[in-house]
Design a binder for this molecule. Sequence first.
Ligand code: SAH
Length: 454
Amino acid sequence: MDIKFNQTYEIEIIDMGHSGEGIGKIDGFTIFVEETVIGDKVKIEVITLKKNYGIGKVVEYLEYSPFRVNPQCTIFNQCGGCQIQNISYKKQLEIKKKIVSDNLRRIGGLHEVQIHDVIGMDSPERYRNKAQFPLTDKNGQIEIGFYRKKSHDIIQCDTCMIQHEINDKIIKEIKHIIKKFKLSIYNEKTGKGLLRHIVTRIGVNSKEFMLILVVNGTHLPNKDEMIENINKKLPEITTLVQNINTKKSNVILGDKNITLHGKGYIIDSIADVRFQISPLSFYQVNPVQMEQLYNKALEYAQLSGNETVFDLYCGIGTISLFLAKKAEKVIGVETVQQAVEDAQRNAEINHIENTEFHVGKAEEVVPELYKKGYKADVVVVDPPRKGCDEKLLTTMTEMQPERIVYVSCNPSTLARDLKYLEANGYMTKEVQPVDMFPYTVHVETVVLMSRVKK
Ligand code: SAH
């Protein structure tokens, strides 16, 4: 069929795309349609036409999908945070499994591999332990909330269903405090004004709460009185930090922190391991699912107590410390100096003595360690979205660990890297997706690969 620009067509939405948009076909040709979900039947107008795909706009909903549910949040359509809150949770998990499966087949060429059902949450609300709220001053009216989809406009939000309840109270009280102390709000365009963001971090298990005021400079007006007021109005806050960010950029946190009250960090525990978390440390945002994820990684590592394990991209050493009790030695590698310091301190506070942490890029540090004679029986990798550098994968295959446990937050780079490892002596044994981010399109996956014996 010759598909025409501006023409209308009736289609069924049969899949979901990376950003939560619906995907349908016109005679086999892919069309992305915003504001639709899998199972919808819609009349669309083709508003963009490219060689391999088109974009359609809904003209009329012919039949609503049976998987649709009413979104709980009133700003669901405007906020970019949760993309698939209007789909039943059960279906969300099926969609995520399919995203993993499609990537492993199409990019990884893994057609035979079995993928387990996604490990979901019993109650998938209020799961996040970290919130970052931008603010704006609309002619004297302070608004705190989230960015509108694909923009930097702020939508006022009094309550967010994926954040801890304490945030609702913090937003309310901080508005009063801003007014009371005439704290100016940062303006992105002019670079003027003080308060840029409100960031909260929560030790869900320890009940420790960190409030970070991201400020455009070191000065805070009536500082002592303001701290006292925050402590009085928000007694739950165990530590209050001023983060200094004077850069004209989208990065939320600056490099420097001043502790205004409390320890300057929070402690949280996962199973029986305790972690110290500083304002800038990476820490998984969903502690309930984090435990599920790390337990899977531990199970796949199949440790007997005699193994040397490499934990690459180790952050503050969360996985390393989880594995250390069952291994002979764990060697963590991480680029961020402060994270490595946290990892070392975390080993100390847990009285774990068989870990060693190195600062640097995994693709540079691991080849050096290998040259020095280090060898891993098991390698765990947990890279950021772009996946592993090929140089690292090459060294890994030369080092020939028995097992590789790959923890990934991006199924497409995971698939690419598994393909490389499959071609170089490893076989994918288990694929377990975990729902770390309910109501969003993101999915975390743990994979076990074993060395093929010749
Ligand atoms: N495993 C940890 C952290 C995973 S996030 C946890 O579960 O908490 C990925 C981490 O990789 C981040 O801490 C980031 O700083 C680090 N990182 C990014 N690129 C890296 C590289 N090339 N080599 C080593 N670490 C890197």
